[in-house]
Write a protein that binds this ligand. Structure first.
Ligand SMILES: C[S@@+](CC[C@H](N)C(=O)[O-])C[C@H]1O[C@@H](n2cnc3c(N)ncnc32)[C@H](O)[C@@H]1O
Length: 279
């Protein structure tokens, strides 16, 4: 077996572990709802102590956390497939990709796949799942817009970020949306947000991963307000847990459904979508 890949503790990059592990667990526990062949294989190749996560994997709440990770990926895939149905040769751009394989899951045989993340994550990605045909990995901070020069959006582009905008300030998120709107007319941007309570619940995550910018980071109480970011865009949103799929799997319990409704309606977890106008 080849050497294990180290993931640095105490960094924003380490945040990729939770959704990755969540997808692995979800594929094991809720196989009718979610399949993911790569997550378990990638976890095995990482030099990371999963013992805490393994110890909690049987609890209802951790299983619900796994559902959260999987539903978000399914929501993103829904939006990407919807865009590709109209623009099949478009660029599919995973912003803050971590080790997720959403682009490949949506590969229609003609689209271009791009994965953008910090250099250490892209290096790990290259080792674990080297870029395939029509796929490129780009090592860059998303707030340094030079990565956008690498994207061929001539046949359209759908940009998505799963679990990433929470770590941006509102100004960073807004500026990024505005830059994409001006460089890629007719493209789509999709990302997940939480409300004020959701942000409070994430405080521990920020602390555990050594991030100090908790106070400034984005939360969205009222999604209507985001219409002001790019006035020419069409902005829409759906519930994160139940906005796209009914979570049909016999292993999904009544308690999971109650929690899902709370997430969508009280924690205000949402999938935001911007459809940018053509020039
Ligand atoms: C919670 S993880 C999500 C990873 C992946 N999207 C998933 O669903 O498994 C957040 C990812 O965003 C990346 N990230 C956060 N801020 C970033 C930035 N400014 N530039 C590039 N990547 C960033 C982190 O390195 C990490 O891989």
């Amino acid at each position: 077996m080849s050497e294990k890949i180290h993931i640095e503790k105490g960094s924003v990059q380490e945040t990729l572990i939770i959704p990755l592990y969540g997808r692995k667990l979800c594929a094991e526990v809720f196989p009718k709802l979610y399949t993911d062949e790569s997550a378990a294989r990638i976890c095995e190749r990482l030099d990371y102590d999963f013992s805490d996560l393994d110890a909690q994997a049987k609890s209802t709440f951790w299983r619900f956390g796994a559902l959260e990770a999987a539903m978000r990926q399914l929501d993103m895939q829904w939006e990407i497939n919807d865009y590709l149905a109209i623009r099949p040769d478009a660029a599919v751009v995973n912003m803050g990709c971590g080790l997720d394989q959403t682009g490949r899951a949506c590969d229609n045989g003609t689209c271009l796949i791009y994965n953008v993340d910090m250099p250490d994550i892209i290096a790990a990605r290259e080792e674990l799942t080297p870029a395939g045909e029509r796929e490129r990995n780009i090592a860059c901070n998303l707030n340094d817009y030079s990565w956008m020069d690498e994207i061929d959006g001539s046949c359209g582009a759908v940009f998505f970020a799963a679990g990433v905008f929470h770590y941006f300030t509102e100004a960073q998120a807004r500026n990024l949306a505005q830059e994409l709107a001006s460089r890629f007319p007719g493209s789509r941007l999709v990302f997940d947000t939480v409300g004020k309570l959701g942000k409070r619940l994430m405080r521990a995550t920020f602390k555990n991963f050594g991030m100090e910018n908790y106070d400034e980071c984005l939360y969205v109480e009222n999604p209507e307000a985001l219409r002001g970011w790019v006035p020419s865009a069409t902005v829409s949103w759906r519930g994160y847990m139940l906005g796209y799929y009914a979570m049909d799997d016999p292993a999904v319990t009544g308690l999971h459904r109650v929690l899902a409704k709370l997430c969508d309606n009280v924690v205000k977890m949402r999938i935001m979508r911007f459809d940018f106008a053509f020039a």
